[in-house]
Design a protein around this ligand. Structure first.
Ligand SMILES: CC(C)(COP(=O)(O)OP(=O)(O)OC[C@H]1O[C@@H](n2cnc3c(N)ncnc32)[C@H](O)[C@@H]1OP(=O)(O)O)[C@@H](O)C(=O)NCCC(=O)NCCS
Length: 186
């Protein structure tokens, strides 16, 4: 017989599953929600690995995948207050990655710079165990290596090597560090 705590947990999971269902969304793995409910938008595909957690007490998190696009959030990813992620084609976020308050991830620039320019759309890949600092921006075409750290407020476009800390706008490598492949940042 299940303990009262286990029973309560199952009920919470069921309620979450039902709420996502009511919004027309069904996930194999239903994310955990601390605080405000995330806005999950767009006609594209959103997918979550097991153990994904949204935490937002002030500003809701918003994830959107446009028509035909895919936004794939890997296992145990932690998404903090006010994060905004938009996939026009493809955004993937590796397992155990942490995304700080107000950070933004876009795989499109949304607007052209000048008449006749094609709006840039380039997939974004974020590796495993990456730490994206508060209010950082990860722009179209960014490829972020495993374990990398994006300092608070940085603007990333292009490649961030694995195990590197990048800072500033445009973000530059400030140092690199060692860690085992399977390390998970606490
Ligand atoms: C990057 C960070 C982890 C510090 O890493 P660190 O290796 O200890 O870096 P240091 O503090 O030694 O700074 C190294 C250099 O980078 C610069 N730097 C550090 N953080 C920076 C930032 N956010 N933007 C611009 N430059 C930054 C420092 O000024 C320093 O420059 P200098 O060598 O010219 O003096 C930290 O500054 C940071 O941004 N943390 C994110 C915190 C956060 O957003 N948490 C969200 C909650 S999930």
């Amino acid at each position: 017989m299940a303990s009262p705590v286990a029973l309560l947990r199952s009920l919470v999971r069921l309620a979450r599953r039902l709420r996502f269902r009511l919004e027309g969304r069904a996930f194999t793995h239903v994310p955990g929600v601390m605080g405000r409910w995330p806005q999950l938008a767009g006609a594209g595909t959103l997918s979550f690995g097991p153990g994904v957690v949204f935490r937002s007490f002030r500003t809701p998190v918003r994830l959107e995948a446009g028509h035909g696009a895919e936004l794939a959030v890997g296992p145990n990813v932690f998404i903090n207050d006010g994060v905004n992620i938009y996939a026009a084609r493809h955004v993937s976020i590796g397992e155990h990655t942490k995304i700080g308050d107000g950070a933004m991830v876009y795989d499109t620039d949304f607007h052209p710079v000048s008449p006749g320019q094609i709006i840039p759309v380039e997939p974004v890949t974020i590796g495993r165990n990456v730490w994206i600092g508060a209010r950082a921006m990860v722009l179209a075409g960014a490829q972020v290596g495993d374990h990398a750290v994006i300092a608070a407020g940085s603007v990333v476009r292009g490649n961030v090597p694995a195990r590197a800390i990048v800072a500033g706008s445009p973000a530059k490598v400030i140092r690199t560090f060692d860690c085992p492949d399977d390390w998970v940042r606490p």
